[in-house]
Design a protein around this ligand. Sequence first.
Ligand code: TXA
Ligand code: MG
Length: 337
Amino acid sequence: METKVLNTLEINKAVDILKSGGIVAIPTETVYGLAANALDGNAVSKIFKAKGRPMDNPLIVHIADMGAINILCSNFPDKARKLTEKFWPGPLTIILPKSNIIPDEVSAGLDTVAVRFPSHKITQDIIKESGLFLAAPSANKSGSPSPTSALHVFKDLNGKIDAIVDGGECEVGLESTVITFANDKPKLLRPGKVTINEIENVIGKIDIDDSVYNKLKENVIPSSPGMKYKHYAPSAKIILINSDSEKYIDYVNNHKDSGVVALCYDEDIDNLNVPCISYGKLDDSKEQASKIFSCLRKIDDLNAKVAYARCPKKDGVGLAVYNRLIRAAGFEVINIE
Ligand code: TXA
Ligand code: MG
């Protein structure tokens, strides 16, 4: 199939494709999503095929008005409502008990549905003009880093999807924060730009799923099916180095070899003797978040074999960067005291 690349003045073409059961990659404030009519199981199944995504991994439904909640969900707890009042539209996904309008393809057989109200103007326009709810996972090949530009989508999915709307670079650069209301106490499943602190300031203490920090143990059923799959990984091997700047630089320079690159901070570049890909300034987690996925792709563009990565800070937005990088590294961390 030919994949059309559309500009933001051609949204009507994207809308027509979506209304007739096709799949279109669209920009959002977090990452590009691969969208289909969420109430059309057949259209949604095309997403799984194009991405090579396992069918047991459910999708987020994107909405552009609050009325959608009552149609998609069977219950809207008070705490969930408070979070939406504070953070929507924006990079927060909430998981709620689903209504029976949701096709099995979207919820992968679970009795819940994930819902997000994006803040990106183009995403909102596409949802409103189509009159649809849009099911959309990140628009990457399953397992690859999520796409933060139309070019990333094109490289992964050209020929497999109907169209891409090019809306430039995504501002946040990491996928939304995901919190579930499936149980009595709300639980964070995926960290993102909306931080644990910001959430707890609105609704009090929440649980944090084990998989946010740790590798999923064998034989444990994940709260979020996506957590059991290898993620965000380039072809090169990523190894996280947990240390201060000086020890990181020493370690990398002592392991200088052909095919070795450093995934470092701006401040490290001058002292490293290997090719460097910086994912931002030491103290700027937001910048790191916006760059990390394109940096993971650059590692492969350089044909690197091994990338030694600075371990991000684990607080605030840094936790989200850490969560993605540790998965890209297959949980391989070297701690240097
Ligand atoms: O920012 C984002 O969230 C982007 C943009 C496109 O909106 N979307 C995105 O979707 O990252 P995806 O499919 O790549 O990640 C969604 C995650 C997966 O780990 C999936 O398993 C989980 O959310 N998820 C979706 N529905 C769920 C449900 N009902 N229960 C538990 N986890 C769910
Ligand atoms: Mg994804």
